[in-house]
Write a protein that binds this ligand. Structure first.
Ligand SMILES: [Ca+2]
Length: 193
């Protein structure tokens, strides 16, 4: 059997070492990529505030409730653009809504997505305005930034509104939408790590 010389053995060890480092590096890169796509809002508590409350409208929108006050971050999305799917939370007029999500701890945020329903045939429109703002203490919020619809809402469709950010640091995320008549939302997601 041919003996492996000392120098060629050293070269092999170097190559194995480099391969090992590459594998470890890829593993870290994979974890980092995964973390960046984590929905930090999933299962987190939030508070909805009606901007201009009217008791008559509050009664009417109770037909499309936010059951247990958890539906907007429970990870459950409507399968179809059907307003009768219980995943939708219906909100009627009253100016609009603030939804303040508490991520539980300070996070680095790269993307926010809020999903809405558009079905003009039943008076439900994608909101004309959706904004997001950020806070470290839940009291003082940054200036709002508009979330944009990912496409023009024509017909009966689910329209995600999105914003991408350059690693904003915050614990509290406030999504605000304006209500024309009916606005239906099923999920708000905050991606980052
Ligand atoms: Ca949901």
């Amino acid at each position: 059997m041919e003996r492996i010389s000392q120098s060629s053995r050293s070269r092999w060890l170097l190559k194995l070492g480099a391969a090992g480092l590459l594998v470890i590096g890829l593993a870290f890169a994979s974890v980092a990529a995964q973390a960046a796509t984590t929905n930090l809002a999933l299962g987190r508590p939030y508070k909805i505030t009606i901007l201009d409350q009217n008791d008559q409208f509050v009664k009417l929108e109770a037909s499309y409730p936010d059951t247990n006050g958890k539906e907007l971050t429970d990870g459950v999305k409507a399968a179809k653009p059907d307003f009768q799917d219980p995943a939708w939370v219906g909100t009627l007029r009253q100016g609009g809504r603030d939804v303040v999500i508490d991520l539980g701890k300070s996070a680095t945020i790269s993307k926010v997505v809020a999903r809405f329903l558009a079905d003009k045939s039943v008076g439900i429109g994608a909101p004309e305005l959706v904004e997001v703002s950020f806070s470290s203490d839940g009291v003082k919020f940054s200036d709002p930034i508009m979330l944009q619809p990912t496409f023009d809402a024509e017909g009966t469709v689910i329209v995600p509104f999105e914003g991408e950010f350059n690693n904003i640091s915050a614990r509290f995320v406030k999504v605000t939408w304006a209500n024309d008549v009916w606005v239906f939302c099923d999920e708000i997601e905050v991606f980052g790590n």
